[in-house]
Design a protein around this ligand. Structure first.
Ligand code: SF4
Ligand code: SF4
Length: 177
């Protein structure tokens, strides 16, 4: 196996875990976005739609978290298998968000480096999509018990977000092909 392959994906399957490969991945996205300025408008539009879709679910997620996370006996962020994927990188660049300094973890056995004493230290909009998407059993039970409308809204919004993320990636690939 070549050294670059080892560097790109860790033993745990997490991409861009070294500082060098994390920086290189972001430089590559930024380079391609600069290279095709005339084709960027549709991509930027899609990224803004995606940002609006994400922001629309944050109040529901904040409420769910307030009702469950402070008393959680086993916070999911300690063990979660999370990382930024390519769609996350693209989304951050297109919306000119600040780029977190690294992947949340270099190995799946490690806790997330963004977990602080009061929860996640990243703004919701900067978190990996998988962190937003994950609704734990406690929160699922809260939704099932007393918030059917929020549950339905979340399901619909997550489905739209997944679809918008796919479109974003496809548009990007089409642009650079
Ligand atoms: S999302 Fe669920 S599992 Fe994770 S910290 Fe909150 S209550 Fe605990
Ligand atoms: S990035 Fe934030 S939400 Fe995601 S696992 Fe780490 S601490 Fe938890």
């Amino acid at each position: 196996m070549s050294e670059s392959k080892v560097d790109y994906r860790s033993e745990s399957g997490i991409p861009w875990v070294s500082r060098q490969s994390w920086r290189a991945a972001h430089q590559a996205v930024a380079y391609h976005l600069r290279r095709y300025p005339a084709d960027l408008k549709p991509l930027n539009d899609r990224a803004q739609v995606l940002e609006s879709c994400l922001k629309a679910v944050f109040p529901i997620l904040d409420e769910l978290c307030a009702a469950s996370c402070p008393w959680c006996p086993e916070p999911c962020c300690l063990k979660a298998s999370v990382w930024f994927d390519f769609k996350d990188l693209l989304f951050m660049h297109l919306n000119q968000l600040s780029i977190p300094p690294s992947q949340p973890k270099t190995h799946l056995k490690n806790p997330c480096c963004y977990l602080g004493s009061r929860g996640c230290r990243l703004p919701r909009i900067n978190r990996p999509w998988i962190c937003t998407w994950y609704i734990c059993p406690t929160q699922t039970a809260i939704l099932k018990k007393g918030h059917p409308a929020e549950r339905e809204s979340l399901e619909q919004a997550f489905s739209r977000i997944k679809s918008e993320r796919n479109v974003l990636e496809k548009e990007y690939i089409r642009m650079i092909s």
